[in-house]
Design a protein around this ligand. Structure first.
Ligand code: CO
Length: 507
């Protein structure tokens, strides 16, 4: 008796679910490592997680592969529904990528990443790039090999970028940045002129002491208002805020508390809350399957930035929460208007550290990293010359002198863990966010009023309906076209940020 297409598909789902379960266990372990794990457990935890990673990889390459082969052999694919067929198509893509890397290479790279991360931490502590250099050289070598295994046409960067941003090409990123650069420089020039004519917004009042407990409660209230469902998720505290998920029913976010600067907790929570709404909004019946996963890193980041910047840093949003800000601050924001708080939270000021950069200068931090990692991968720059090249570009783009590599090329964890080709997704995220938000505002003319009333229900449903429910069904640019009617267009971001800067600096 032959097996029916539905049975074959169920077999595939069963195997994928097991892979996802192992993934969830390992995600929980790494969440625990950041939040609760005692320091002494680090080595053991690393090997426990390596074991899970190996089991997961093996399950995927055996059980899932067998299940898919059975579907292909019996031509059952043609009888599946559109969504079922999409899952199979995407899993085949994942299998193809996974089988291109020899298993010894994957293990070596994991080992290298943990060693390099350790060296990076040491180098940061002592502010000495030389400590990191040998491992970073090995890491770039290893990533070049990885790109060779995957294969590419023009630049090895394409092969690596594709692992974070399926379908995206380095040429597209270059073109976007080329268009973005002069626009942003012209905005920075207007800010500079405004500063010179004494229009710098005052912001001393946001550095008042606000207790951790009060900040914490404020972030929970905002998350709840945004529609974050605490039946299916929770917030905790960590030094570097992040989001992780063990399935749509358990989405974890973290925030960071700084009693001297409320904007840290506030915008960390809103940012991660945006990521969390995406994870909670993925279709529950697709757990473990491609259609139950986020589209790409840039689309994920578009969700966090839309909430953080387009919504959370808007005058409408800040006006709505103004009474609560007044309750939090010791001086009750006496003599401060909502507009002044808005301006203080949107000041544009070139600085050395990416994670605390404003919405305009942020992109220069990304372009700099993108250009340097691309040059190294294409053998146009040697790793040992990285600090010098970094400092040169920092001066060129943001007119900043780098006082030490701690404030320069040692600031990010990414390269140490092998996340090379990842940075552009941050900029793409902001660009997509602006385009999605412009579309939402056009389709829902009352949206600004709703935000001013603290009502985010329609915005959240719109994002659920237009973006979240599709999972990985479309590549980022195709999803963007489906949602907004056109491919990624930097115009939306430029118009949005120009209007904001003009408002903040009264230009
Ligand atoms: Co993010």
């Amino acid at each position: 008796m032959s097996v029916t297409p539905i049975e074959l598909y169920h077999n595939y789902v069963k195997s994928m679910t097991k892979v996802a379960d192992i993934g969830a266990a390992s995600a929980l372990m790494s969440w625990d490592q950041e939040i609760l794990m005692p320091h002494g457990a680090a080595t053991r935890r690393a090997s426990q997680m390596a074991t899970l990673a190996e089991i997961k990889h093996t399950l995927f390459l055996t059980k899932v592969k067998d299940a898919i082969d059975a579907i292909l052999d019996s031509k059952a694919q043609e009888q599946l529904s559109e969504r079922e067929a999409a899952n199979i198509r995407l899993s085949i893509r994942d299998l193809n990528l996974a089988t291109k890397l020899p298993i010894e290479f994957v293990a070596q790279q994991a080992q290298l990443a943990s060693e390099a991360q350790f060296a990076w931490e040491q180098a940061r502590k002592e502010n000495k790039f030389e400590i990191f250099l040998p491992l970073l050289e090995k890491m770039f070598q290893s990533k070049k090999r990885e790109a060779d295994y995957y294969g590419y046409e023009d630049s090895p960067y394409d092969a690596l970028l594709d692992t974070y941003e399926p379908g995206m090409k380095v040429g597209t990123v270059i073109k976007l940045f080329e268009k973005l650069k002069p626009e942003l420089l012209s905005i920075l020039k207007s800010v500079d002129e405004a500063n010179k004519s004494g229009k710098t917004p005052i912001d001393h009042f946001i550095h008042q002491h606000v207790s951790s407990e009060n900040q914490w409660n404020f972030t929970l209230k905002i998350l709840n208002d945004m529609g974050f469902d605490s039946n299916y998720g929770r917030q905790d505290i960590s030094t570097h805020p992040f989001t992780t998920s063990f399935g749509m029913e358990d989405v974890r976010i973290t925030t960071r508390l700084d009693e001297k600067d409320i904007s840290n907790a506030l915008y960390s929570s809103i940012h991660e809350g945006g990521h969390a709404l995406y994870e909670q909004g993925l279709p529950k019946d697709q757990y473990g399957l491609p259609l139950g996963e986020a589209c790409s890193l840039s689309i994920h980041e578009s969700q966090s930035r839309l909430w953080e910047n387009n919504v959370g840093r808007s005058l409408d949003f800040i006006s709505h929460y103004f009474p609560e800000f007044q309750n939090l601050f010791p001086d009750k924001l006496n003599k401060i208007e909502p507009k002044q708080l808005f301006s203080a939270l949107n000041t544009i000021k070139p600085s050395l550290i990416r994670t605390s950069a404003d919405e305009v200068t942020y992109h220069f931090h990304i372009m700099l990293r993108f250009e340097l990692e691309k040059d190294i991968l294409e053998n146009k720059l040697q790793v040992k010359d990285l600090p010098e090249a970094w400092n040169f570009k920092m001066k060129e783009y943001l007119n900043q002198d780098v006082p030490g590599d701690n404030y320069g090329c040692l600031q990010d964890i990414h390269w140490s863990i092998g996340a090379i080709g990842y940075f552009p997704t941050y900029s793409l995220g902001s660009l997509y966010a602006a385009q999605f938000f412009a579309c939402a505002c056009k389709e829902m003319p009352n949206l600004a009023d709703e935000i001013r009333k603290g009502n985010f229900v329609n915005l959240k449903s719109w994002l659920n309906d237009r973006i979240h429910r599709y999972g990985r069904n479309y590549f980022s640019e195709d999803l963007c076209e489906r949602v907004t009617g056109e491919k990624l267009n930097i115009r939306y971001f430029i118009d949005y940020i120009r209007a904001k800067v003009n408002n903040v600096y009264e230009i």
